[in-house]
Design a binder for this molecule. Structure first.
Ligand code: PLP
Length: 424
């Protein structure tokens, strides 16, 4: 089914969260930025809050500021839990990077199940997750099962289901870990069903929610999710290298011990005692001094989502990707593109993946000649996203029309090697 520009304008007019776009910084007004699934735009309030933190808090309070800052990883974690992750207070920390948190949590799970020797993940998982698991398996003599979900001639490309997972499960499995939303295809995995199935075998599931936070309903408590990690620089617009988060369900907090037992995890931190005694709550998962600058960026984004309402954010991600699919059907399908993301809106998030033989050169040409930023993933996929707070439906339309026109004109043929430049 097709969609006209008039219909798209009507979507913008009736969009209850369209005003949030004004809260972002736009340096180049004519840039069409369809890459918010990689790095979200800068909120204006972040500029203000960081400046005021630096001058008024760090600058004026100096070390005495720690009285207010010391628990901020938890305070921000509670805000994220309530407004974005659907978790309880005391179950989330905003800290470190996704990679560090992933290593910490996965190893804690593996150590807690010392009689079990198998880890399961999938081939389409994000590289850092796969590399970390490879390292853990090697160092601890474990078997790493990597489910092959990269075949492109299937109904649901990359999507993991209980049916796919079940044959790999047995009493030797300690840890199963997937992304909530596949970073390349944008397929949303059935987190509740998979977590339940894994639990039946006495194992735990760790979810990487990096692409899902701020684009889908996570509902960690309702879905009885055990453990998760994720980043905040995509749909949560908290800036490059902003602190990540980790989530540990209450009933697992005493049982699990992360490998890096830093001083922030110590029960009576400022007693400076001779030995490590782990804090029994979520604080037992914090390694060290939090980046207060980074946390303040995360807080701005959480506040925006809170005001916009997660329901509206998710609806816009679904509607925006629906618009993209309609435009793909009408304009891109016959230009050699192939949709790799589920058509069912309950099985995707805020981005689509389009396969094309010339994907790399199209992505480069769009940046070079058209002022359109899309994302490229090896070997042949372009990702395009709607960031519900920062974008209008019209921006999606104009961006996709540029993809159509550039591909029709074959301007990508002008791109030779582009000096071997990397595309982020
Ligand atoms: C799904 C996923 N996991 C992990 C990471 C890595 O995050 P970090 O660099 O914060 O460790 C990314 C980065 O984009 C990601 O997309």
């Amino acid at each position: 089914m097709s969609i006209s520009f008039n219909e798209i304008k009507k979507l913008d007019q009736s969009d209850p969260i369209s005003n949030f776009r004004n809260e972002f910084h736009f340096q180049k007004k004519d840039l069409l930025y369809l890459d918010g699934n990689s790095l979200g735009r800068l909120p204006k309030k972040t500029i203000h809050d960081l400046n005021s933190f630096i001058t008024e808090e760090w600058g004026n309070q100096l070390v005495e500021g720690w009285e207010n800052w010391i628990n901020e990883a938890q305070v921000s974690g509670d805000l994220l839990a309530e407004n974005v992750l659907g978790a309880n207070s005391g179950e989330v920390l905003v800290c470190d990077t996704t990679s560090v948190n992933f290593f910490q949590i996965c190893l804690a799970v593996v150590k807690a199940a010392s009689n079990r020797k198998t880890i399961i993940t999938d081939a389409a998982n994000f590289p850092t997750d796969r590399y970390i698991l490879e390292g853990i398996a090697k160092d601890f003599g474990l078997k790493l099962i990597i489910i092959d979900n990269e075949k492109t001639d299937v109904d649901e490309y990359e999507r993991i289901t209980p049916t796919i997972l079940k044959p790999h499960l047995n009493e030797d499995v300690a840890l199963v870990t997937f992304q909530v939303l596949q970073y390349r295809s944008g397929a949303l995995n059935p987190v509740k069903e998979i977590t339940e199935l894994v639990r039946e075998y006495g194992a735990l599931t760790v979810w990487d929610a990096s692409h899902a936070a701020g684009s889908v309903h996570l509902e960690f408590s309702k879905n009885e999710i055990d453990l998760a990690v994720g980043c905040t620089y995509k749909y949560l617009s908290s800036g490059p290298g902003s602190p990540a988060y980790l989530y540990v369900k209450k009933n697992l907090q005493e049982k699990l011990q992360v490998p890096i037992q830093g001083w922030f995890a110590q029960k009576d931190q400022f007693e400076m005692g001779p030995n490590f005694i782990k804090s029994p709550d979520i604080r037992g998962f914090q390694i060290a001094s939090p980046s207060i600058l980074g946390i303040r960026c995360v807080n701005v984004a959480i506040d925006m989502i809170n005001r916009a309402g997660m329901k509206n954010v998710v609806l816009k991600a679904q509607e925006g990707t629906e618009v993209m699919i309609k435009l793909y059907d009408t304009y891109l399908k016959n230009l050699g593109f192939r949709l790799m993301t589920p058509r069912d809106k309950t099985k995707r998030g805020g981005h689509l993946s389009l396969m094309h033989d010339k994907a790399r050169n199209i992505s480069i040409a769009l940046r070079k000649y058209e002022n359109v930023i899309v994302d490229y993933r090896k070997p042949n996929q372009i990702r395009i996203a709607i960031s519900p707070l920062a974008m209008s439906y019209s921006e999606v339309y104009f961006g996709m029309m540029k993809i159509k026109e550039l591909t029709e004109r074959k301007s990508y043929e002008k791109i030779k090697d582009f000096d071997g430049k990397k595309i982020y």
